[in-house]
Ligand binder design. Structure first.
Ligand code: HEC
Ligand code: HEC
Length: 331
């Protein structure tokens, strides 16, 4: 209704609505009277129409129950229009109902219902609620509603959007770091580096050197040529290219690529730079929602099968040894 610029349309809608309801009532009334009028004709029970020699159209009134049902719908619409807003913005209905009002009331009821529970979760550390089934489920729902469009519904990411379900983190995988990523957002700032590296051929050399860091297939002559120039990259990626979570500079020695591990993709990263943006959720999600979704993300990389509360250290080595031990532990 607010789209209408003139009040004329309010009256237009209201009048059409009232005239239709009234029209239905009058039509109904005229039809229920018909029988008496026609009964003076030659044959009181037929309309006088005949087909195929002997097929006559009888003029019986509509069934009583049907008429009453119809009258009831007319009465219903009148009551409805008195109680609810159905006649433009000028008459809002006696109940003053609005969809926004209903939504606000539902939100308030939900807050009253879940508030204490959320407050209780907020008091517990992220590492703990990550493995509390109900809290994790709530976190998962928040994730699916807000994060999956970029990180994927399984949180495994896509090109440019990091996988959150593995144990590889650009900005740190501690509960605190994950929560900070969500609250404040992150800006990956890799500047264009072609000026520091040289021409297109030097960039390709550097791409081969980057591949050599993770033991991927590469041209060792080209890689060796580029190696001395890596000092400019080391400022951010570290002297051993293991990355720097404070800057969001990724580890280049594993084979996990945010933007692709081909020579073409790496050369593009070096020449054009990369600016991955993780939006900040402060002010969009409540404190409790951030806490719960942090727990969910934390749970993905720190599988529930592992030690419940303490000692997250042995994760990389534990995987094969843990597998047979897990089922008896659950009983
Ligand atoms: C508009 C897309 C987008 C949405 C929505 C989004 N993210 Fe991100 N997120 C990113 C990008 C891009 C990065 C990587 C930033 C960079 O390049 O360093 C990222 C990074 C992260 C990181 C850091 C990963 C690491 O390796 O350190 C976490 C944790 C994270 N997101 C969690 C979330 C959660 C939880 C939500 C939902 C509340 C969410 N993201 C919603 C785009 C998004
Ligand atoms: C100023 C700091 C900085 C410097 C200098 C820098 N990088 Fe980066 N680099 C980053 C950041 C931050 C990212 C992550 C960008 C993002 O998340 O969008 C990145 C990303 C990358 C990636 C993509 C990794 C992936 O997983 O896809 C490659 C490859 C890379 N850098 C190589 C280099 C090379 C080679 C040099 C030197 C020529 C270099 N960088 C210099 C900060 C830097």
């Amino acid at each position: 209704m607010t789209d209408f610029t003139s009040i004329f349309w309010d009256y237009y809608v209201a009048i059409i609505t009232l005239v239709s309801v009234l029209g239905c009532a009058v039509f109904l009334w005229s039809q229920s009277e018909r029988r008496a009028k026609v009964s003076s004709g030659p044959d009181p029970d037929t309309t006088g129409h005949v087909w195929d020699g002997d097929l006559q159209e009888f003029h019986n009134p509509l069934p009583r129950w049907w008429m009453w049902l119809f009258y009831l719908t007319v009465a219903f619409s009148v009551v409805y229009l008195i109680l609810f807003p159905g006649l433009g913005t000028q008459f809002k209905g006696l109940l003053k109902w609005t969809s926004t009002g209903q939504h606000a009331a539902e939100v308030k009821a939900a807050e009253a219902k879940f508030g204490p529970m959320l407050a209780a979760y907020l008091k517990q550390p992220v590492e703990k609620i990550a493995f509390e089934p109900r809290a994790r489920q709530m976190g998962e729902r928040i994730f699916l509603n807000n994060c999956s469009q970029c990180h994927g519904s399984d949180a495994r990411g896509a090109r440019g959007f990091p996988n959150l379900a593995d144990n590889e983190w650009t900005w740190g995988g501690s509960a605190e770091a994950v929560k900070t990523s969500i609250i404040s957002g992150r800006l990956g700032a890799m500047p264009p580096m072609s000026a520091a590296v040289g021409g297109a051929d030097d960039v390709t050399d550097m791409a081969h050197y980057v591949l050599s860091l993770s033991g991927s297939a590469h041209d060792s002559v080209r890689a060796a040529r580029a190696q001395p120039k890596f000092v400019v990259c080391a400022a951010c990626h570290g002297p051993e290219a293991k990355g720097n979570p404070a800057l969001g500079a990724p580890d280049l020695t594993n084979r996990i690529w945010l933007y692709g591990g081909s020579i073409a993709a790496i050369s593009e990263t070096i020449t054009k730079g990369r600016q991955g943006v993780m939006p900040a959720w402060k002010g969009i999600l409540s404190e409790a929602e951030v806490h719960l979704v942090s727990g969910y993300v934390y749970s993905l990389a720190n599988q529930p099968g592992a030690a419940p509360a303490a000692a997250p250290a042995p994760v990389p080595v534990a995987a094969p040894a843990e597998a047979p031990a897990a089922p008896p532990a659950k009983k």
